[in-house]
Design a protein around this ligand. Structure first.
Ligand SMILES: [Zn+2]
Ligand SMILES: [Zn+2]
Length: 102
């Protein structure tokens, strides 16, 4: 069957359920998920929290044709490194089509 890609929320990794802050973020996101644009702040805050508190859990560079990873890697300054880590962290709790917009 060819159709619209199914946009399901990924199952959050176990570390997020053992962290109270992560759990709160996930609950907040779940509550607002019908309106992804409306939970933009929550998405940013969740990614920032993962990068700051769980740096070992941030996924490596996407090697599956992600357009943004090479861009961030090329810039190479501290701010880009930070934003890049958040970009990769978004994959943990958002569907790829949304996670990779930033
Ligand atoms: Zn956490
Ligand atoms: Zn990427």
């Amino acid at each position: 069957m060819i159709g619209e890609p199914v946009e399901e929320l990924p199952l959050p990794p176990p570390f997020m359920w053992s962290c109270i802050a992560c759990e709160l973020f996930l609950l907040r996101l779940a509550r607002k998920w019908d309106d992804p644009a409306g939970c933009f702040w929550e998405q940013l805050e969740t990614a920032r929290h993962i990068v700051e508190s769980h740096p070992g859990e941030v996924p490596p560079q996407h090697l599956d044709g992600c357009e943004l990873c090479p861009e961030y890697a090329r810039r190479g300054d501290d701010h880009a490194a930070d934003v890049w880590a958040q970009h990769r962290a978004r994959d943990l709790f958002m569907p790829p089509s949304l996670a990779r917009l930033l």
